[in-house]
Design a protein around this ligand. Sequence first.
Ligand code: NIG
Ligand code: FE
Length: 411
Amino acid sequence: MKTLIKNIKELVQVENSPKLRVMGKEMARIDTIKDAYLIVEDDKIADFGPMSELKEQTFDKEVDATGRMVFPSFCDSHTHMVYAGSREIEYIDKIRGLSYDEIAKRGGGILNSAKRVQEASEDQLFEDALARLEMMKNLGTGAVEIKSGYGMTTEAEMKMLRVIRRLKEASPLTIKSTLLGAHGIPMEYRGCQEKFVDLVIDEMIPQAAKEGLADFIDVFCDEGFFTCEDTERMLEAGLKYGMRPKIHANEMACSGGIQVAVKYNALSCDHLEYTGDAEIECLLGSETMPTVLPGAAFFLNMEHAPVRKMMDAGLGVAMSSDYNPGSSPSPNMQLILSFACVNYRMLPEEAINATTINSAYAMDLSRTHGSIARGKVANFYITKPISTYEYMPYAYGENKVERVFLNGKEC
Ligand code: NIG
Ligand code: FE
């Protein structure tokens, strides 16, 4: 099957020599072609260039994109989008001034979602998540990482991971799965959380590995959650089964999580509101992608991670949605682009790189996803008629995506 997308007003983020990630000053650059064509063969990008250079050939399908732009699909490298029910009551409690701790004491927070996931059937979790993936797809996302973490028991964590496995089979999105056994401390383990860490190491990790359910391992390594020592124990156990770490770090405090991530060659460390000079220094020269989650910082009204400082120091930065019912109940990566520009003072080019190639890197997908390059998976969207690519972050809250192609097929 050979498809031509023709008369593209601007083909955004093309790469002739694809990079695995972009860092520092490079983040402010994206290459584009005006009045362009894009050729897709089966599920891959075969070629692209200016219309004036399009050679005479036959196609099975032609799409006229006059007035419209083509972007590589967003890569959303951090989500918790398998969950049961919503938590808007806690949201109101927060507006009324209750703290995270007070909400947790009322049975809210992560433990609230855990109770609901434990009670939900695997089929219900699957159906709900599939509907959310459809929403993500229509907003321009083509690849997503999904974490467990609302299970809190081995049984419920494996149920979540099996749901993710079914989603991988049923959805056109590319999906990576992460075991986040250590997301919160169940009530019965308060005061003896090392026993819960033992459970993650002795049961959850081996069982997930045995069934081939997890690509990566995650830990909420932060003040009030899991310590650096807990985290190291769990990451070592995961690495024995080939699960590369991607960890939650430095959202609550300068807790040492970034250093642990680098020590264990994590693919990414995520959140990073509390990132100082020592953390930036530690990340420089590492393979770990600092990943910022602007939706959670917005929704929880938090300090912003020092993204400009990180990029000035030479680091690459990725951005993702953190889609979850507690701290970021939105799957919309177009909004992440806008938050990146307004709240983190990123240029549109930097925001686009953060949400595509760098977020692809953060889930080990940048060889095949995250830009328009020959041989990459044909995951892209055609916009509605728009004036410039800068219009994407500028017109916040509006869905600028008109048509979506994943694996070369319109869907
Ligand atoms: O990434 N920070 C930790 N975990 C989630 C929040 C989960 C929840 O509140 O349900 C996050 O923001
Ligand atoms: Fe998260």
